[in-house]
Ligand binder design. Sequence first.
Ligand code: NAD
Length: 438
Amino acid sequence: MKIAMIGTGYVGLVSGVCFSDFGHEVVCVDKDPRKIEMLERGEVPIFEPGLDQVMARNVDGGRLTFTGDLAAAVDGADAVFIAVGTPTRRGDGHADLTYVMAAAEEIANALTGYAVIVTKSTVPVGTNRKVQATIAQANPAADFDVASNPEFLREGAAIDDFMRPDRVVVGVESGRARDVMAEIYRPLFLREFPIVYTDLETAEMIKYGANAFLAAKITFINEMAMLCEKTGADIKAVAKGMGLDGRIGNKFLHAGPGYGGSCFPKDTSALARIGQDYACPMKITETVIAVNDAVKRRMIDKVVDLCGGSVNGKVIAVLGVTFKPNTDDMREAPSLTIVPALVGGGAQLRVVDPQGRREGEALLPGVQWMDDAYKAAQDADAVVILTEWNEFRGLDLKRLAGAMAQPRMADLRNIYPVGDVRDAGFDAYVSIGRKGFG
Ligand code: NAD
């Protein structure tokens, strides 16, 4: 199959690279010339483990190329995937479809023969029909079908998620389009990964349903953690006891500083707006959004309390700023709420993150970037763990405490056993939903 992939962000690039690894001929398109230049030099513009190797072997194999010329990529393609961003629209919480619709129009004008136009971006229910209408209007002679193929990969584990998905969802309404989609995903089909065929609206809804449900699960355990702090229960043991129930499962039951990232915040917001538009309020989702905001803000109080009621003049080492480990993505990360509040409170912040600096420098002004946790903790008044990168999971706690002016830790990912922190010589420790000390 010949595939054009429009957008080379976290989803477009991973999808394009993996499709080429399936044996298809893939051209990845981006309107950002810097990204295309990097890709043509063999450099990967994002941090995603393993992506560089799979990309290199398919470029070498002649199946994967990059261009800024959308028309050239679309010419002769069997399928054109739209994988552009759908951020939250300023002001009203809706998904901003500007990029999707602009891409649809460009594709319409470039179509030469039959092609399936596949929306991979996360889009509100009804968008694929709008894409269909936009293309038909822009190019009445175009021979095409549309398909909805939402993506479920996780940043940090994207290659594996794409190659070994729990399921592939395909919304299609013609046999011809279904055949093209089946051929594209045939390598997975052969390995018996489930492919769910639906209509367009259902496929669009599955993606929002899945993300809002996962966001609700995280938020539920975060709210339980707050109650654990009041009652003296231990959230880690509570989550373990709950998660062993097969109906609940242990994934997404880790209490933390609130969900962030490029998907959950914007997708819960968009689902809430869709509900309002259809006079069917999504009350659970609306509450999840409000509770998550409160959870993030609560983290500021935790650090302030740890520092004795004020962070003014305190030196604080922050370990991790990306929204989760193994990505450089900073979108809606809890650090973007917590770090500016601490800087605003007069603290002197030293920040360490294995991949977050490139994005984070512009987003977190007024902090000092360092490359080593122990150096950042030298003579500091507190250390705050915000992202559970592996290198922060295995710290030598004695060495860390020994370097600090005031050995105090806010472990906002519940990485360390309380006893280990005490034994290492820390004076004070707070985490999420567990008894601390100091
Ligand atoms: P991103 O912002 O990283 O990348 C989007 C890319 O599209 C950018 O490089 C941009 O330059 C390019 N682009 C925009 N308009 C274009 C056009 N007309 N022609 C060519 N290129 C164009 O976005 P992302 O994180 O990859 O997300 C893409 C979509 O996938 C979103 O709808 C998102 O909700 C969804 N999604 C994301 C994830 C994730 O983990 N990031 C997971 C599942 C689904």
